[in-house]
Design a binder for this molecule. Structure first.
Ligand code: PEP
Ligand code: MG
Length: 327
């Protein structure tokens, strides 16, 4: 099977009825960029910039950040890289940074990610400079984590734009284009979709966090791991509602949580109209194989019926459908 997946490296993920699916990889360290070549993925859909901070004994200075970003962009070449700004805080506290939020009862819902970055903006300014300089002459894709309200996106973007003007004023070479996006992982943001969409170029759903918040179920608690299924009507209906508005606004919609790396889940996502996936590199082969055996019109019709009148065990129903359809 491994050899069969490797052979898929050169072939695009196209459904049987000719629909091209975008399959990108999640990455975080410099060596992860090599996965682009070994998997034949379309780009890096989620570059977790906090990894460099988490593996470092001291705060990575701007030059070190910039070097990493440039190396990743060099490795990616023409393929897009979406850099997510720091998602630290809460349980990802950095000992060398005085960003302790105190003892938080619920770190996942605590002072983390963009909440922390907007207050400790020195960190984010340095990161913005590093990203802007690393992407000189190229397209820079920036994505903010844990956006809960549209104004948070505005503040984060304004911070980047101020750094861009600063660099322009000093005659520095700038990115040829900056594309801004948000992660949707806090359910409240979905209720501000109409406000958010005109502001962004892409929206990426973090289904790991989204699921824990939607179900009020800690993603790290093994007692709950099996209980709330990604193939639940709640998750899939929630995601399905994003598709139309994003399409109308011309905003690229994708999923970058682990959900997209599982064949049955990815099949369901394609069925509801989400065809941009960013997944763990090891999943690229299996997902490509699934896509190439899938009839998109067929799964779209099936998903519409199933979400209108959901059975209790959607997973089993979808597994049976896939088996029958030869997926
Ligand atoms: C997510 O929450 O789904 C996500 C992709 O971000 P992370 O797993 O890094 O929190
Ligand atoms: Mg997340």
């Amino acid at each position: 099977r491994k050899a069969a997946f490797a052979a898929l490296r050169e072939v695009p993920p196209v459904t049987k009825d000719g629909h091209r699916v975008t399959v990108m990889v999640n990455a975080g360290l410099r060596d992860d960029a090599a996965a682009l070549d070994t998997t034949g993925a379309d780009g890096i859909g989620l570059f977790r910039t906090e990894f460099q901070f988490l593996v470092s004994a001291t705060l990575p200075q701007r030059e070190r950040q910039q070097r990493l970003y440039r190396e990743v962009l060099d490795a990616a070449g023409e393929r897009p890289v979406i850099f997510r700004t720091l998602d630290i805080g809460g349980d990802k506290a950095l000992p060398y940074l005085n960003v302790e939020a105190g003892d938080e009862e619920n770190p996942a819902m605590g002072w983390r990610a963009l909440r922390l970055s907007l207050e400790r903006d020195g960190l984010m300014k340095a990161q913005a400079r590093a990203l802007l300089e690393a992407a000189a002459g190229r397209t820079l894709n920036v994505m903010f984590p844990m956006v809960s309200e549209a104004w948070e996106f505005d503040e984060a973007k304004a911070l980047f734009e101020a750094q861009r003007e600063f660099l322009a004023g000093r005659g520095k070479r700038l990115p040829s284009e900056i594309r801004y996006g948000a992660m949707l992982e806090v359910p409240a943001l979905a209720e501000q979709l109409d406000l958010l969409l005109p502001r962004i170029q892409f929206l990426s759903v973090g289904t790991n966090d989204l699921t824990q918040f939607l179900f009020a179920a800690d993603r790290a608690n093994p007692k709950l791991a099996e209980r709330y299924d990604w193939l639940s009507p709640s998750i899939l209906r929630f995601l399905a509602k994003l598709v139309g508005p994003c399409r109308e606004a011309g905003v690229q919609l994708g999923v970058c949580g682990e959900m997209g790396g599982r064949p049955l889940e990815a099949m369901a996502l394609i069925g509801i109209g989400i065809d941009r996936l960013s997944i763990t590199p090891a999943a690229v082969g299996p997902i490509k194989a699934m896509v190439r055996s899938l009839d998109r019109a067929g799964i779209a019709a099936r998903m519409a019926t199933l979400l209108a009148q959901p059975p209790r065990d959607l997973r089993t129903v979808l597994r049976d459908w896939a088996a029958q359809a030869g997926v």
